[in-house]
Write a protein that binds this ligand. Sequence first.
Ligand SMILES: CCCCCCCCCCCCC[C@H](O)CC(=O)SCCNC(=O)CCNC(=O)[C@H](O)C(C)(C)COP(=O)(O)OP(=O)(O)OC[C@H]1O[C@@H](n2cnc3c(N)ncnc32)[C@H](O)[C@@H]1OP(=O)(O)O
Ligand SMILES: NC(=O)c1ccc[n+]([C@@H]2O[C@H](COP(=O)([O-])OP(=O)(O)OC[C@H]3O[C@@H](n4cnc5c(N)ncnc54)[C@H](O)[C@@H]3O)[C@@H](O)[C@H]2O)c1
Length: 257
Amino acid sequence: MQLQDKVAVVTGAASGLGLGSCRALAAAGARIVGFDRDADRLAALRDALGEQAMTAVVDVADEASVKAGIDQAMAAFGAVHVAVNCAGVADSAKTVSKGEPFPLTTWNKVIAVNLTGTFNIIRFAAVAMMRNAPDGDTGERGVIINTSSGAAWQGQVGQAAYAASKAGVMGLTLPVARDLAEHGIRVVSIAPGLFDTAMVAGLPPKVSQSIVDRMILYPNRMGRPDEFAALVRHIAENTYLNATTISVDAGARMQAR
Ligand SMILES: CCCCCCCCCCCCC[C@H](O)CC(=O)SCCNC(=O)CCNC(=O)[C@H](O)C(C)(C)COP(=O)(O)OP(=O)(O)OC[C@H]1O[C@@H](n2cnc3c(N)ncnc32)[C@H](O)[C@@H]1OP(=O)(O)O
Ligand SMILES: NC(=O)c1ccc[n+]([C@@H]2O[C@H](COP(=O)([O-])OP(=O)(O)OC[C@H]3O[C@@H](n4cnc5c(N)ncnc54)[C@H](O)[C@@H]3O)[C@@H](O)[C@H]2O)c1
């Protein structure tokens, strides 16, 4: 769809790939609704984008919080046309560490934010999108863009919960697209490789450097948020993309050791 004056909800908007997506969609003329838990950094986003943006402190893992956020978007801008799921956490642990099993609290948190949180936004954004008149040119009512990960099929040491959550995001893409097609709503997921954001700073430094050196084909570096965001913008604008997961990883492939 053509993005001028459309309304885009972006989660994880305060940092990294979500922040980059807000910038790219705003540059395309969309009005931005930024959701995040981080109120301070949301204020910085509002300052940067001015009238074109509104923000709301939303915990994507909390159904009531998501519903309230979508309601605020509808009250402020009257519609939702694009929803981008970038909110995520990467809390990690080994399956067994020092004789102790992977903490269920860690598992539940990662699944609640990355998988259930993504589905919360999908469900409530889709309800809002169904109120749109079909787009004059494309007949669409909306597009939902989720963030999976290369970890969905190449998960790392400590990433049982994270990789499972991202595989779940990839897995829901096709059935949700099938559910929403009759309403003119597309669903596409992105599987990033290693991107230079606060999340990756959580990797032991020697690990991230060795990954870049040994596993990222070309260009041999981490990705930049604007490179992820350029794909988000293209997916939103290209009506023929639907029900698929697109990798953006410079050919990164995990080695066994
Ligand atoms: C991780 C990206 C790999 C990319 C490869 C290409 C695949 C395709 C692209 C996929 C990219 C997906 C990117 C993803 O969506 C986003 C992220 O992954 S952000 C990073 C999130 N965090 C983590 O993944 C976990 C980081 N690790 C930890 O938190 C801890 O190491 C641990 C797993 C909780 C274990 O903690 P401890 O028991 O305290 O042990 P140490 O931390 O001291 O580590 C022990 C030992 O293991 C080595 N190690 C740790 N993580 C990795 C790893 N990911 N790969 C290889 N080795 C790892 C660590 O260096 C220590 O080694 P030693 O010092 O003993 O030699
Ligand atoms: N950086 C990478 O290499 C990489 C690779 C593959 C996938 N991803 C995924 O991309 C997405 C964005 O990650 P990033 O690298 O920009 O990380 P980041 O840590 O810079 O940004 C994540 C944002 O999500 C927010 N957030 C966390 N939990 C939330 C919740 N419950 N409700 C609302 N907001 C919440 C955080 O406050 C933060 O602003 C995540 O889903 C991540 O799993 C990242």
